[in-house]
Design a protein around this ligand. Structure first.
Ligand code: FNR
Length: 195
């Protein structure tokens, strides 16, 4: 069966380039991967240790995200860049997810790939660097390469949000094949695991 991969965009914006990029990815994934886009990041409240103490499993929105990640074999995160870093909504969600719960630490040893799109010329380089730093702190297994920095996003999608730029489409395809390979390397199916 194909491996299930959850896709998360670090933006709440309805016409988010990053979410569009993930939807394009779902349609071009190799047959060995099944991608699903998580679309309820707005249900994750601001992290608060007092709230955590009252509800150790976290609020409903956090539980839903945590369960979706736990059920998936891998995670792909598309991050926008806000002021040379990842947006607060994404950092906030990762802070919730980084916590140990009765179900365990959901990001620990989770295979993750990161990419991002922005309207500017650098294509989220610094946001992805900040995201990688945080994911390493959480013990995730972040794919080192290939990188995908979608710069000047406004000219790579048409007005309907369809990705029209062939170079971006090709690098997205290469990225997905590499993530499939990364999953095989870091999380082999149970039957292939070393005794
Ligand atoms: C931005 N944007 C931006 N772009 C960039 O390339 N480097 C940056 O540092 C910033 N900083 C920044 C700060 C804030 C507060 C906002 C709102 C925006 C532009 C940003 O990349 C653009 O809005 C993207 O379209 C956001 O991603 P989504 O929502 O389209 O996925």
């Amino acid at each position: 069966p194909p491996r299930s991969v959850l896709c998360l965009a670090g933006s709440l914006r309805r016409a988010s380039w990053n979410r569009r990029l993930l939807h394009v990815a779902t349609s071009m994934a190799p047959p060995t991967l099944r991608l699903n886009v998580f679309d309820a990041l707005s249900s994750v409240p601001l992290f608060d240790e007092d709230m955590e103490q009252r509800e150790p499993a976290g609020p409903a929105g956090v539980q839903a995200l945590r369960a979706a990640i736990a059920a998936a074999e891998g995670l792909i995160i598309a991050t926008p860049e806000y002021n040379h870093a990842m947006p607060g909504v994404l950092k906030n969600a990762l802070d919730w997810l980084s916590r140990d719960t009765p179900e365990g630490e959901v990001l620990l040893e989770k295979p993750i790939a990161v990419l991002g799109a922005s309207g500017g010329p650098w294509g989220t380089r610094l946001a992805q660097a900040s995201l990688r730093q945080v994911l390493h702190a959480c013990g995730a297994l972040v794919m080192p390469t290939p990188t995908v920095f979608v710069a000047n996003a406004t000219v790579r999608f048409d007005h309907k949000g369809v990705l029209t730029d062939l170079t971006t489409a090709r690098s997205l395809q290469r990225f997905l094949l590499a993530f499939d390979h990364w999953l095989t390397r870091v999380a082999p199916p149970a039957s292939e695991a070393q005794p």
